[in-house]
Design a protein around this ligand. Structure first.
Ligand code: PEP
Ligand code: MN
Length: 271
């Protein structure tokens, strides 16, 4: 699946990183430059946020999308952002290089069909109470509309365990890699809910056959409006990437080259 020039599910590993939510331009641009410098290929950031409580921060919506577009212009990183409803697709679609369907919406057939018709690449998060079979059938809803560009994302499921926010199901990652043709990206941020567990589970996810990672990163996690406890600092992401590359090598994967700064491309073209 090609996303803004980055092949997801090819021979190379792909890193999608950025804040849970777009909070303001400064926060998003700082995160975007930092994750690019650390080796990320795509920028994540929610403008339309699904929250468990209606009183939590639910995103900057259209203003958030405009910030993401500016971050893409500044860094050259394609944008991964969530679409919550079919009605939002005309505003979110044009900004998203990869349209995220959240865990809570995995069973939303009308949204799945709408993104299927839209044709843009889709990141399909597994429902936190969904079996692997249900997850793949949700992918079929998108594929059946003639959109083949689906990336699966394991983001943890709800189990009896309470020590962590969710239980990252690496069985499902290894299973999906063997039994489907779709790329599989792993999200240890939501999978664990704890910053200190994100690095070890990221390494494990690559070892288990993940095609890439979706990681929450915030320049100042303690002030984050959403999911700060599970967000890596920019420095933590920078120290994690060399290990990811080494585990990747051990399982026969290399690291896709980081996109060039648009500024450099423009300067080179002018010369
Ligand atoms: C997110 O990626 O920030 C998010 C809301 O994820 P999920 O849908 O997996 O909870
Ligand atoms: Mn989040």
């Amino acid at each position: 699946v090609g996303v803004a020039g980055v092949p997801v599910g090819g021979p190379d590993l792909v890193l999608i990183a950025g804040p849970c939510a777009v909070e303001n331009e400064e926060q998003t641009l700082r995160a975007a430059h930092a994750v690019r410098a650390a080796g990320a290929h795509l920028l994540r950031g929610g403008a339309f946020k699904p929250r468990s409580s209606p009183y939590s921060f639910r995103g900057l919506r259209k203003d958030g999308l405009a910030i993401l577009a500016r971050a893409r212009e500044a860094t050259g990183l394609g944008v991964v952002t969530e679409v919550l409803t079919p009605e939002d697709l005309p505003v979110v679609g044009p900004i998203a290089d990869l349209l995220q369907i959240g865990s809570r919406n995995m069973h939303n057939a009308s949204l799945l069909e709408a993104v299927g018709r839209y044709g843009r690449p889709v990141l399909l998060k597994r429902g936190y109470g969904a079996t692997v079979r249900e997850w793949l059938l949700a992918a079929e809803y998108v594929l059946a509309q003639g959109n083949p560009h689906v990336v699966l994302c394991e983001r943890g499921i709800r189990t009896f365990e309470t020590a962590t926010r969710n239980t990252l199901d690496l069985n499902a990652v290894a299973w999906a890699r063997r039994h489907t043709h779709l790329p599989v990206v792993v999200d240890p941020s939501h999978g664990t809910g704890r910053r200190d567990l994100v690095s070890p589970l990221s390494l494990a996810a690559i070892a288990a056959g993940g095609d890439g990672l979706l990681l929450e990163v915030h320049p100042d996690p303690h002030d984050a409006l959403c999911d700060g406890d599970q967000s890596l600092t920019c420095e933590q992401l920078t120290s994690l990437v060399p290990g990811l590359r080494r585990v990747g090598e051990a399982v026969g994967r290399s690291w896709f080259p980081v996109p060039l700064y648009p500024r450099w491309v423009a300067e080179a073209a002018a010369r």
